[in-house]
Every structure is written in C-alpha cells, then in structure tokens.
Design a protein around this ligand. Structure first.
Ligand code: GDP
Ligand code: IMO
Ligand code: MG
Length: 416
C-alpha cells in the first residue's frame, strides 16, 4: 500500500505550486486537488509554452497520470469546461468527485455584491463565488456534482433554493436566472461534464491499495487557511495539509511526504495583514522581475521579504518534511537581502505567529546577495551567498530545503 505525497502552499498562495506539481507529476500515477475552486491559478511553463490551470490538477501534462478533483473542491462548471478545451483526450484521465459542491454563477454574483457592500473593508476576493459556494455547503443548502446528472431535478431544486433565499438575493440586488435559461445551462453542463463525474474516493483507495504513486495538490496557501490564516482575510477552505484528507476522503495515515512550497520572498494578493510587505524599491523590483500579477484576476501582487516566522509556523502546521524554495532567481542582483527573524508587537519581541497579525513590525537580519542563479540546475553551482541564504532559511524555519527553483521552466529545478 502506498502513501499520498502532499504539495502545500506555505505563504499567501501563488508560491509556484503548479510548477512543482507538474515537475514531480512526471513520476506520479495520480494527481488530486482537494480544496479551493477556480480562485486558484496554477501556472506551468514547458519549453516556452504556458499553461494556466484553475480547477484541473497540474498533473494533466503527464499523459499517463490520472487527475482527480476531490469532494472538497467547489467546481464551477463553466470554468472547468473552458479549461478542458486546452487539452485533448481527457476521458479516462480526468475525474470529478460526485460529492464536490457546485459553484454556480449566482455564487459569484453574491461574492461580488458582498465585497462591494464591504467597501474599504473588502477582503479582496477573486470574485469567483468561493465563499458563498462553501457557505451553502456548510449551511447544507448546496448542490453537488452528482446532481448535474439529472438536470431537470437539479433545476427544480435550484429554483426552490432561489425562493427560500429570496431575501438574500433581493437585499444584495442579485438577479437570479429564469427557469428556462437555468435548465438549458444545466443540460449543457451535464452533457459536457457528466462523463467525468464519479466516486473518486474509491478510485483513490484502489490506487493506494495497488501501490500507485499519488500526489495531492494544494491550492491557495497556509496563511489563507480558513482557521489558521489571517481571518477574515482568508479563503473559505482548509488549505493546510490536513485539509487534503477530508477533501479527498483519505486517512491521515495514508499521507506520505509533505512538501511546502515557498517563495524566496513573499507575496500576497488581496487585502489583509502582510508584516514584511515592502513599499519601496525592493518590493517594486520583486514585482517587476517576478512578474507578480495574479493568474486568475490579473491583479498586482503585494511583495516583500521572506518571513521566516510565518514559514516556520506554516511548516509546523503542515508537518512539512521539506520546503521547495521558489523564484530564487528573482532576488538576483540584490546587494543585500532581508529576512524576517522575529516580530515586534507593542514593543515586545515574539518568535511566533499571533492570532491577530495586525500591528506587527518585522525584525530583520541582512544577508549578502548574489549576482545570478537564474536557470541554475546544480546546487554546487549556486553562488556561495545563495547557499548561505538557503541554509539560513533552513535554520530559521527548522525545515530542510529539498527543492530549489530558478526559473518558471519545468527543468530549471534543483532537487537536492
Ligand atoms: P501557484 O498558484 O502556487 O501555482 O503559483 P502561480 O502560478 O500563481 O504563480 C507563480 C508564478 O511564478 C508563475 O507565473 C510561475 O510561472 C512563476 N514561477 C514559478 N517558479 C519560478 C521560479 O523559480 N522563477 C521564476 N522567475 N518564476 C517562477
Ligand atoms: P493559488 O492556488 C493567491 C486570495 C484572494 C483573497 C482571498 C479570498 O493560485 O495559490 P477567495 O476568492 O478565495 O474568496 O479570496 O484569498 N486567494 C488567493 N491568493 N493565490 C490563490 O490561489 C488564491 N485564491 C484565493 O486574493 O485575498
Ligand atoms: Mg496562483
């Protein structure tokens, strides 16, 4: 019986999970998404061609791998149908859990309307309906993927849902679709997706029993976790490694190696606390060189230095066996690199992440920079100062850096 290895985001998302999942997936039989929805944007570059994935797991470029969208994901049918057009012959390679909840167009309208009402206090969501779709699931008024197999019944159920929740739709001035339009839409979803909907939990158990290699692909990042992130500026799912179990129906003892994906600096898109954000030239350089623009929304990402306090905390939360340090090349040419080693809160120095991350002043240590690591594929060939930076990260985060990434391309990766 095999174990499932986990890839998890350690910061505020966009760490480079897609690149590493794609790279490692060449050696795996199955790749599974367990949470999130089309708020995720995972970018893969192979020989100059770019792929941007939102719901389809990043194992899809290995023609031999099976890709699973687990019960913990909220699936927007329109979005996945669009995404599927990029790939041929998905039948038998892509499966959607019959228990995954549907994220339908009205969820997105509610999301956007709520954000608008919040004004200055908006979360800065992707507007993809993630919060409202998960809220319906927890509220036990959601609709699951298997319901798509009977569009007439689902249409009835959704029309009843509109009636029961009329006060909310009216208050938010969200217009609901007419029955005829809705039915046509659901019939289209059934026609395009029906074939892919199945009991994925059993598929994963069978794969584990048959000793297959399974990789679980996290979306978002630890600091956006619904429980452990910077609430309320978080997403609506359990982004930590433990979430992969409930989101797929596998037991903790079935989990193998946990790899935390972390940028060599930090970024965040959307609102909320970000202690090491840099508003000066350094942050601007990271944004420019790192091309820090969101894959899903096209919004600019806020940038800043590596926060070793947050990464140590995240590594412990996820039980990371190793970190994969991404975008080291983006720091090329910096004379000095800062690394946050502690927080100052109300005049007190602390070395842990408090539940309220407002009003933190980072304590920095300076590290000498290097000229260039871009495209490097050999640890021994890295400049001495880059190695020192990596070793300092290992010390401060109490986690081994097992993988280093030096460009967006699949092969520009060092496995130590
Ligand atoms: P994800 O959401 O964690 O999969 O990350 P995204 O794909 O949203 O954002 C990461 C971005 O960084 C993508 O544009 C990747 O192509 C790019 N990227 C990944 N690894 C590297 C790297 O080592 N160096 C550089 N320069 N870019 C990278
Ligand atoms: P990947 O998988 C970065 C952020 C949004 C917002 C907050 C809530 O590509 O790393 P939501 O739409 O989920 O309700 O928004 O979470 N967010 C992400 N930030 N990467 C992501 O995914 C994200 N998915 C959501 O910007 O701050
Ligand atoms: Mg992303």
């Amino acid at each position: 019986m095999s174990k499932a290895d986990v890839i998890v985001g350690i910061q505020w998302g966009d760490e480079g999970k897609g690149k590493i999942v794609d790279k490692l997936a060449q050696e795996y039989d199955m790749v599974c998404r367990s949470q999130g929805g089309h708020n995720a944007g995972h970018t893969i570059w192979v020989n100059g061609t770019r792929y941007a994935l939102h719901l389809i797991p990043s194992g899809i470029l290995n023609p031999k791998a099976i890709n699973i969208i687990g019960n913990g994901v909220v699936v927007n049918p329109e979005s996945i149908i669009k995404e599927m057009k990029q790939f041929d012959a998905l039948k038998g390679r892509l499966f959607i859990s019959d228990k995954a909840h549907l994220n339908l167009p009205y969820h997105s309208l509610i999301d956007i309307a709520r954000e608008k009402l919040k004004g200055d206090n908006a979360i800065g969501t992707t507007g993809k309906g993630i919060g409202p779709a998960y809220a319906d699931k927890i509220n036990r008024i959601g609709h699951r993927a298997d319901a798509l197999l009977n569009p007439t019944q689902l249409c009835e159920d959704i029309m009843n849902y509109f009636t029961e929740n009329k006060v909310i739709f009216d208050a938010l001035k969200v217009e609901v679709p007419k029955k005829k339009e809705l039915l046509a839409e659901l019939e289209n979803y059934n026609e395009k997706l029906g074939l892919f909907i199945t009991n994925t939990t059993n598929m994963i158990w069978d794969a584990l029993d048959a000793d297959k290699k399974i990789l679980l692909e996290g979306a978002q990042g630890t600091m956006l976790d619904i429980d452990h992130g910077t609430y309320p500026y978080v997403t609506s799912s359990a982004t930590v490694s433990a979430g992969a179990c409930t989101g797929l129906g596998i037991a903790p003892r079935d989990i193998g190696v946990v790899t935390g994906i972390v940028k060599a600096y930090t970024t965040r898109v959307g609102n909320g606390p970000f202690p090491t954000e840099d508003f000066g030239d350094a942050g601007e350089t990271m944004a420019d060189v790192g091309k820090e623009v969101g894959t899903t929304t096209g919004r600019g990402r806020r940038c800043g230095w590596f926060d070793a306090v947050a990464v140590r905390h995240a590594s412990r939360l996820n039980g990371c066996d190793q970190l994969s340090l991404m975008k080291l090349d983006v720091l090329d040419g910096f004379k000095t690199i800062k690394i946050c080693t502690a927080y100052e809160v109300n005049g007190k120095i602390i070395d842990y992440v408090p539940s309220n991350m407002n009003n933190i002043t980072p304590v920095y240590e300076d590290i000498a920079g290097w000229d260039s690591v871009v495209g490097c594929r050999d640890y021994e060939k890295l400049p001495q100062t880059a190695k020192q930076y990596i070793e300092r990260i290992e010390e401060l985060t109490k986690t081994k850096v097992g993988i280093i990434s030096t460009s967006p391309e699949r092969e520009d990766t060092i496995i130590r």
